[in-house]
Design a protein around this ligand. Structure first.
Ligand SMILES: *[C@@H]1O[C@H](CO)[C@@H](O)[C@H](O)[C@H]1NC(C)=O
Length: 554
């Protein structure tokens, strides 16, 4: 090939040796057919070369080198990885052998990766190091001052094979993420978003920097358990290592105190220090002992007395949801060895069927309502948050639970789909209300509930259902919703929450939630994969913020 190109250059050509002249003479002696064959051969060679080179330039090529790094060889391997990167090879090549990441494999996945990069770029340009980007105004917002968006979305970048973004984020965490500020944070949010993310990134990369940060954070978060009952307080001051109930009440939220166990257990397993797991597990054990309504729990609990607020709402939505989710997932995380968790989950799903699952009128759509005023009255409203339930039900069914769990999952998932399809934006509101005696509309949206934070729960359930059944209808539903995000929530600097999904021209809320990157785009990316098992549900549990954690034997 070199000869062909240089023959264009007269000077170089003249300098060539006599052997080259011999070749040219022979060439002239060849027949026309022989020459054509040589031409064809060269053209094919060039085409093959071009294909090879371009495929190297795309993220499809993120090679996962299966390796079994032992702790003792960590440092050397990371040095090797660093020098590998300077030669232009992907650093994320070195990962845990349980995972097989190939990067996007089809047009839908490439589109989602582009969305992630678009949002990341906007965040980087306008809000780097702050918790959230305000994408409309190009400003930033701080909630806990922990660079939430970077930490929360880093493993999504990793799973998508985005090396550059992953490296930028990792460097920020290594150099800037500190937990010494004298500032109150929400115990639960920081556990699922920050601790969960750090543990996943440690698991993926085996870079001990992530584990060191997780350990530091975990030790500070332990202050929450210092209540008389051991039920954690809602707020922790990470710098001062103190904790207290929220200003407005003596109570903690039931779903919050029961949605830290996957993370604290994994921290114990990764650090070989049982302290974290023991504190978090004992919360689950205490709640197991409390009286419930056929497995259903009120949404507030008193950290001083260890008892529920008796007349609090019972819901599978806000403040109740992930209590049920973590019963099943803790049982799976521990290799199906802790039976009371499974028992409580199964009982709760029966309770849902008996007291909360109703059908709307006129089309008999299955939905999950709420019990208020100490179970005196039924409220036919369903939070978008409740759309996590089909996925969890399907996960339980895949692990041996009754067939009616799966039927309920399918029906409920379709109702959730309709909460999107009902609006011109093809986006769902925060809350949907159902009619029990209407002859026209099964559901309606109140203006006060019509906002959308681009939440993940529905696409999360689609991914579970797709992985478990292989039914591609769920991919198509996900694609419709993704178009809604692209059309109505995309702005020049990222993606924004919307004030009203009922309006053709939605009012923008000027906020990019970290879970849009951590969860919504991650689940969409996984949902669109031709390979259903990129994150294999027999090896991983997703925490409540979509950070995959490994399943253990016990
Ligand atoms: C796939 O799922 C959709 C929606 O639940 C359902 O209507 C359809 O029958 C399913 N297809 C198969 C082959 O099971």
């Amino acid at each position: 090939i070199e000869t062909w190109r240089s023959s264009d250059n007269k000077d170089q050509y003249l300098e060539q040796s006599t052997s080259h002249r011999k070749i040219i003479r022979r060439w002239n002696q060849l027949s026309r057919l022989q020459r054509s064959l040589v031409y064809a051969f060269v053209i094919i060679l060039v085409i093959l070369l071009v294909i090879l080179l371009t495929s190297k330039a795309t993220p499809t090529n993120i090679k996962v080198e299966l390796n079994s790094l032992k702790n003792s060889s960590l440092v050397n391997d990371h040095q090797a990885a660093d020098s590998a990167q300077t030669r232009g090879r992907p650093l994320v090549g070195i990962i845990n052998s349980m995972l097989c990441l190939k990067g996007p494999g089809n047009a839908r996945q490439f589109a989602v990766v582009e969305s992630f990069k678009h949002a990341w770029r906007g965040y980087k340009d306008h809000a780097w190091g702050h918790d959230n980007l305000k994408p409309v105004s190009g400003m930033s917002f701080d909630w806990f001052s922990l660079g939430l968006t970077i930490v929360d979305s880093l493993d999504t970048a990793y799973i998508m094979g985005l090396n550059e973004e992953f490296e930028e984020g990792k460097e920020w965490i290594k150099n800037e993420l500190i937990f010494t500020k004298n500032k109150d944070v929400n115990f639960f949010e920081v556990t699922i978003r920050v601790l969960g993310a750090l543990l996943t990134n440690f698991h993926f990369t085996e870079d001990v920097m992530f584990l060191d940060k997780a350990k530091d954070l975990g030790e500070r978060l332990m202050a929450a358990f210092s209540s008389p009952s051991g039920i954690p307080y809602s707020d922790v001051n990470l710098g001062a290592r103190t904790a207290h109930a929220p200003e407005w009440s003596h109570y903690s939220t039931t779903a919050e105190v029961t949605t830290v166990q996957l993370e604290f257990r994994e921290l114990s397993r990764a650090t070989n220090n049982p302290m974290f797991e023991e504190a978090a597990s004992s919360v689950s054990e205490k709640i197991h002992q409390l009286p419930k309504k056929h497995g259903l729990v009120p949404i507030f609990i008193n950290p001083n007395t260890g008892h529920f607020l008796p007349h609090a709402t019972i819901t599978l939505g806000a403040r109740g949801d992930s209590y049920y989710e973590y019963l099943l997932k803790q049982w799976l995380q521990t290799g199906k060895t802790i039976n009371y968790l499974l028992d409580d989950y199964v009982t709760a799903v029966e309770g849902v069927r008996e007291f909360l699952a109703k059908r709307s009128s006129p089309n008999k759509r299955l939905f999950i309502g709420e019990l208020t005023s100490g179970s005196e009255s039924f409220n036919p409203k369903m939070d978008h948050l409740t759309c996590f339930l089909p996925g969890t039900l399907a996960l339980g069914h895949a692990n041996g639970l009754p067939d009616w769990h799966m039927t309920m999952a399918e029906e409920l998932l379709y109702t959730c789909y309709l909460t999107y399809a009902a609006h011109p934006t093809f986006l769902a509101p925060e809350i949907t209300h159902f009619n029990m005696a209407s002859t026209t509309d099964d559901m309606y949206t109140k203006t006060a509930d019509a906002h959308s934070l681009l939440r993940p729960e529905f696409v999360e359930s689609l991914w579970y259902m797709y992985q478990i059944t292989g039914n591609t209808t769920y991919q198509d539903w996900g694609w419709q919703i993704y178009q809604g995000f692209e059309k109505y929530a995309k702005v020049p600097n990222g993606y924004t929450s919307l004030a009203n999904v009922k309006a053709e021209k939605p009012i923008l809320r000027d906020m990019l939630e970290s879970f849009f990157l951590s969860e919504t785009l991650k689940y969409l990316y996984l949902l669109f994969s031709d390979d259903r098992f990129v994150i294999d549900l027999s090896k991983y549990v997703m925490n409540s913020e979509a950070h995959p954690l490994p399943i253990h034997k016990n």
